[in-house]
Write a protein that binds this ligand. Structure first.
Ligand SMILES: [Zn+2]
Length: 332
């Protein structure tokens, strides 16, 4: 029975932190806590840290707030039916662990597990940019989320439902190849020319380090920095200060994102495209989202693909956690 006072527990298990929140049905985070993953920890130690957090949350809820379920947003591929992690690159010790079967019987309430970027899409749809979009157009029920930070990830909501694919691995928007030249930059996944290899924070910093070392660039803001000190954030700042090299790098990033995101319009025909992640927030501060929107408008093949809202993430650093809560309340 769901009572008015029922709450969901939502966990976001990333490569560095395991966070937990108590979330109300309308998406408010009532309480939260977190623990750092012990460096080099084995599976049991990591699980104990997470279980300890769950216990803290249960203690906080006490008897006054019945727990309706636990949703977990995990960094890495997740088999959605069994809630099993498969080769998570940032949580390798958890490979093959089924949090659903491990925890459900022990906790006595349902446990749902999903990939963090997929669940971020669900969180934005239920409580963030999707909610905002529905105030303009009530039937906005399809959404693509793309997060541009260290890497590029994303998720797709199709008519209110998370698009999972055959094994729950759909929505890898960062690994669509948009540069197939043999000299295209190598991606972390092993391919060349992925969107992530062209427009992620890692890619921006790498290109800036290479180009700033060229002879003609020594007088610029980036050229005067030690290459090791150049980060994507520094490149965004330098562009804001008018550095021409930083600007040319950002122009390429904007072109790559625009091409990649136009592909997403053609593939998924969303009503709403939501952009999150640290690089996005840098672009927003510089007023550059309209450039991406403009290119998408030019490249889209029909008005039916073109007619979208492009909205920055509205859920700060918690879209995955709120998506995990939505999974508990509404299903996927
Ligand atoms: Zn890739």
């Amino acid at each position: 029975m769901m009572q008015e006072s029922s709450v969901a527990l939502a966990m976001d298990w990333g490569g560095t932190w395991c966070r937990i929140a108590v979330v109300s049905r309308d998406g408010r985070m009532l309480w939260q806590s977190r623990v750092r993953n012990a460096a080099g920890a084995e599976k049991e130690q990591l699980l104990e840290g997470a279980q300890d957090l769950i216990q803290q949350a249960r203690d906080w809820c006490g008897s006054g707030r019945p727990i309706f379920g636990l949703g977990v947003a995990a960094a890495g591929p997740v088999e959605s039916d069994t809630g099993t992690l498969r080769e998570p690159p940032n949580l390798p010790a958890l490979d093959g662990v089924s949090l659903k079967s491990d925890w459900e019987s022990r906790l006595g309430f349902p446990v749902r597990v999903g990939n963090d970027a997929n669940l971020a899409a669900l969180g934005e749809f239920a409580y963030g940019a999707g909610l905002e979009a529905r105030q303009f157009r009530a039937e906005s029920n399809s959404l693509v989320y793309i997060t541009v930070s260290t890497g590029i990830g994303g998720g797709v909501i199709d008519r209110g439902k998370l698009l999972l694919g055959g094994r729950g691995l759909a929505g890898e928007v960062g690994h669509m190849v948009i540069d197939m030249r043999s000299e295209a930059p190598v991606c972390q996944c092993g391919n060349r020319g992925c969107l992530e290899a062209l427009a992620s924070g890692t890619a921006i910093a790498k290109v800036a380090r290479e180009k700033s070392a060229e002879p003609g660039e020594k007088d610029g803001i980036l050229g005067e920095l030690e290459p090791g000190l150049i980060t994507a954030e520094r490149v965004l700042d330098a562009a804001g200060e008018g550095d021409s090299l930083a600007w040319s790098i950002l122009e390429d990033v904007i072109d790559s994102l625009s091409v990649g995101m136009t592909n997403l319009l053609h593939l998924y025909n969303p009503d709403v495209v939501v952009m999150g992640g640290g690089v996005t927030f840098g672009l927003v501060r510089m007023g550059l989202l309209p450039s991406i929107y403009g290119q998408m408008q030019q490249r889209a093949m029909t008005d039916g693909h073109r007619n979208i809202q492009l909205i920055p993430s509205r859920l700060g650093d918690a879209p995955g956690m709120l998506g995990a809560a939505s999974l508990v309340w509404n299903g996927g």
